[in-house]
Ligand binder design. Structure first.
Ligand code: FES
Ligand code: FES
Length: 918
């Protein structure tokens, strides 16, 4: 029976939907009508990424059956482009304010905002929040979106341009911004060629289970539209991967035993419609559920199942940093605080679930997918497939957020294997549930610490112990275990110190990298204890931090002395006037006694940029073509944070040409050298330095060729270079007369930068990172004492970035990080098997993020390009402890487990009241 035809208007033209009437409009728009600007983040009405206009009203297309559209009119962003001047204003405002980062939410956000602006040209903030409340953004923290929408109507500001030599420090519009606001950016699920095969992964429904396959041959034989079933037996290379080679332990397909709910055991490849129609229970597999250990105490307990041979006690690894004699120091301290804090699994919740496609090209494999680490992906896939690394090409698509989880391979081996064995292109887009059930999370931590100080406020010692639930496989667990002890002191001078960490396997989704690698968890324990210690000593909480803040000359807990560039005091000093004013304001507000208590909280943080004491190089290549085009091979993946723009700004100034003339290539493992992974706040610092060196090398070549002075100005174009000296003398280099090098360049350069670090010794002493960034944040809030709900009012965030290469992007990182930090503090808790969607797992909406004032502090770093430090992780390290400190300031409640949900806040308030009772 043929499906009834539904006629409707799409972007001004009449179209016919002939598919099943119940098909989601979002799917029909994307798959049948090519509207790839309509994004799918959840297919459940939770994220708003699929928002379109139906008869002018903003609607989630995933919740509308295409068969119901008869006679209606649908507009998507791509159809409205260039035909709606209000939208053009809005797009300009988005670009100007940096309101699009990764860009995956942007089409839905713009369409929704357009519907508001058509009826309310000059909306207030509350109106913007109401209108956009259904569209989630995980990157921006919404503040720039609110501002862009409020100011959109008639927006005419000219985008700032940077002249030659003036790109660094300029808040230029991101150079890859255009496609993000016109809907033409292509993410993982937007790039597959038509007619691709599809793939469904069969996953364990149990946390821990043995399994056997049933009649797989019969299953395939009865379904001619299916091509293949893939299992571990089909893997030509090694059925194992991991981001840290000595710890690699994760199978592509589990063999006989599933160690976490969501683990892949098989995959089915076939035609798209047939794969879509396959139910979870259709595949023949028999499960034998086994006892699951979901917490470290269970996994370490007597008789616990061992998840991996050779890891007794389910201990993956441990870390230690020790300096002086902490027990003695605490014994003689005037005051000692002792406390324990627990944190939860946190889901990355990028709006783009993992997606991509793979194809076989002769004896090579090509994978087009979202990723943060193309060269690592290439090496992993090659090993799994039994190929040479050069036989695998990774072409990253735009990434709709990453935050650490897209450092690990996810769908890549499945589509690679399927494409290889079928010889046909194969695509896969994880459902939200796939993504949440199977990809890495922030480590839950159970931490205890003791901190001592003398009457004068000086710290004497700090003793930290943290146990991290690392889930079923190693992923980045070793990195967390090593990074936490280095950072658990906070940015303070602690003369006697001991920090121990342990990563314990459980039958949970693997924990991995998530903005901060365990440091945000440790900061919660340390910074909340600092407030209690300051209070016991009768010292203002800000002053207490200033007394103990690291300086250029004091050693860190690993014995590192920076000599220059330590900006934590500058961050704290910048907050001082805001702190004093906010404290007064909260005290006044509390005089009203209307059921809410007002409080102010403060916390600081630091973060070492790049790998911990390991090589961490980035390589950048550049060249000039015979026609004068300047090309930058920029392989540092931009997941929204702005690497494309920042690295290009640095390169442009080093070469001495305007940013606007650069043409970017990459990332692509065939075309761009390895710029390392986008993680650990390393791209501005490490890849930025490689870009600076490459730019300087190319400039030196040009000046030599033209026999020009170092001060000469380089002009490129029309087949020549013109070198103009300060006195006006000009030299012309005819590029057509130069030999063409490989890559089609007549002049080229390549440079590598590797941070100067040193290994840590057995007690964790050494130089783990060449560069640290510093931060201090303050939050003002009110707590409803009866309900335990928290209303955030304002953040003031001081961040030492060394040199703000692009201040607009710096603000965007700070605001986005704070939004994630407040989610971690107040609402986000992933529970394996129970919160695998975005309505049970809540992330901050536009209504949850209050005003944020960013104070950019620039204490130059001697290693950073033009003095710049990394920023990506620092931005959320102080947020959660600042919030918990403010809750305690308001109510006396000591929160010992995050998220501080209303029930936990209310219980802590009651406990504080009981304790305070006479
Ligand atoms: S995809 Fe429609 S609301 Fe998320
Ligand atoms: S810019 Fe909004 S989700 Fe990335």
């Amino acid at each position: 029976m043929t499906a009834p035809r539904t006629l409707f208007t799409l972007n001004g033209e009449t179209v016919a939907h002939d598919g099943p009437p119940g098909r989601r409009l979002s799917a029909a728009l994307r798959e049948n009508f090519g509207c790839l600007d309509v994004k799918e983040g959840c297919n459940a009405g939770d994220c708003g990424a699929c928002t379109v206009l139906i008869d002018g009203a903003a609607v989630c297309a995933c919740m509308v059956p295409a068969g119901r559209l008869g006679g209606h009119s649908v507009d998507t962003l791509s159809g409205l482009n260039n035909s709606d001047s209000l939208l053009s204003d809005l797009q300009r405002a988005f670009l100007h304010y940096g309101a699009a980062q990764c860009g995956i939410c942007t089409p839905g956000m713009l369409v929704c905002a357009l519907a508001l602006l058509r009826t309310t040209p000059h909306p207030g903030e509350a109106q913007v929040r109401d209108a956009l409340g259904g569209v989630l953004c995980r990157c921006t923290g919404y503040r720039k979106i609110v501002r862009a929408v409020m100011e959109a109507t008639g927006f005419s500001a000219v985008a700032p341009q940077a002249a030659a030599g003036a790109a660094v420090g300029a808040g230029v519009v991101r150079i890859d911004g255009g496609p993000k606001v016109d809907g033409s950016e292509r993410f993982g699920d937007d790039v597959a060629p038509p007619g691709c095969l599809a793939l469904k992964i069969i996953r364990s429904p149990h946390h821990h289970a043995g399994f056997e396959f049933g009649d797989v041959a019969g299953f395939i034989a009865s379904r001619p539209e299916l091509e293949r079933v893939l299992t571990a037996a089909d893997i030509p290379g090694r059925n194992c991967f991991g981001v840290i080679a000595p710890f690699a332990d994760q199978p592509v397909f589990a063999e006989r035993l599933a160690r976490y709910r969501g683990e892949a055991v098989a995959a089915v490849v076939g035609e798209h419609a047939a794969i879509e129609a396959l139910g979870d229970d259709d595949f023949p597999v028999n499960w034998t559920p086994l006892t699951a250990h979901l917490t470290p105490p269970e996994a370490e307990g007597p008789g616990a199942h061992l998840l991996h041979e050779g890891r007794p006690g389910n201990l993956l690894t441990s870390g230690l940093v020790e300096r002086g004699d902490v027990d003695d120091a605490l014994a003689v301290a005037d005051q000692v605080i002792e406390r324990g804090v627990e944190t939860s699994f946190v889901e990355h919740a990028y709006i783009e679930p993992e997606a991509g496609f793979a194809r076989r090209v002769g004896e090579r494999l090509e994978i087009h997918a979202c990723t943060q680490a193309p060269h690592m992906d290439r090496d992993s896939v090659a090993e799994i497939m039994g190929l040479e690394a050069g036989q695998v090409r990774i072409v990253p698509t735009a990434a709709g957020g990453g935050f650490g989880s897209k450092l690990d391979i996810s769908l890549q081996p499945f589509i690679a294997l399927a494409a290889w064995v079928t010889g046909k292109p194969v695509r896969l887009a994880y459902s939200r549930r796939d993504s949440m059930a199977s990809t890495t999370k922030r480590h839950p931590a159970a931490m205890t610490l003791r901190i001592g100080a003398n009457r004068d406020g000086r710290l004497t010692g700090l003793d930290f112990a943290g146990t991290f639930n690392t889930g079923a496989y190693a992923s980045w667990g070793p990195t967390v275990a090593n990074r936490v002890p280095v950072h658990a002191s906070g940015p303070y001078f602690v003369p006697h110190y001991r920090a121990r960490s342990r990563a314990i396997h459980t039958h949970c989704t693997p924990s991995g990298a998530f903005r901060g690698f365990g440091v945000p968890q440790a900061a919660i324990a340390q910074e909340t204890a600092f407030d209690e210690l300051a209070d016991r000593l009768g010292i203002d909480r800000l002053e207490f931090r200033l007394i103990n803040a690291l300086t250029d000359d004091t050693p860190t807990v690993t014995g590192q002395v920076f000599g220059s560039g330590v900006g934590i005091k500058a961050c704290l000093e910048a907050l001082r006037p805001h702190w004093q004013k906010a404290r007064k304001s909260a005290a006044n507000a509390n005089l009203n006694g209307n059921g809410s208590r007002h409080g102010v909280g403060l916390a600081a943080g630091w973060y070492g940029c790049g790998n911990t004491s390991l090589p961490n190089p980035s390589t950048i290549r550049c060249g000039i073509r015979a026609d004068g085009t300047v090309v930058l091979h920029q392989g540092a993946v931009d997941i929204g944070q702005g690497a494309n723009t920042v690295v290009a700004q640095i390169f442009a100034d080093a070469l001495g040409v305007p940013l606007s003339i650069l043409r970017l290539v990459g990332p692509d493992t065939d075309l761009t050298p390895d710029a390392g992974k986008t993680s650990a706040s390393r791209q501005t610092y490490v890849s930025g330095n490689a870009a600076r060196l490459a730019g300087e090398a190319l400039r030196a070549k040009i000046l030599r060729l033209g026999n020009a002075s170092p001060a000469a100005v380089i002009t490129c174009g029309n087949g020549e270079l013109v070198l103009t000296e300060a006195g006006g003398e000009r030299r012309h280099i005819d590029l057509s007369g130069l030999a063409v090098e490989p890559g089609d360049y007549v002049l080229s350069a390549e440079a590598t930068y590797d941070p100067p670090t040193q290994p840590l010794d057995a007690k964790g002493q050494g130089i783990p990172y060449a560069v640290f960034g510093f931060a201090a944040q303050m939050v003002e809030l009110a707590v409803d004492v009866a309900l335990g709900t928290v209303k955030l009012k304002r953040f003031t965030a001081a961040h030492d970035v060394g040199r703000a290469i692009n201040p607009v992007l710096v603000e965007g990182q700070v605001e986005g990080g704070i939004a994630q930090g407040l989610g971690m503090a107040l609402m986000e808790e992933f529970i394996p098997g129970r919160s695998e969607n975005l309505h049970d797992y809540l992330i901050p909406t536009i209504g949850d993020v209050p005003e944020i004032q960013t104070l950019i502090i620039e204490v130059r770093d001697k290693h950073g390009p033009y003095g710049a430090k990394g920023l990506g992780e620092h931005v959320l390290v102080p947020t959660a402890p600042a919030i918990l400190n403010a809750i305690r300031d308001a109510t006396g409640a000591v929160i010992t487990r995050v998220p501080a949900t209303p029930d936990r806040v209310r219980a802590a308030i009651v406990a504080a009241q009981v304790k305070a009772a006479p």
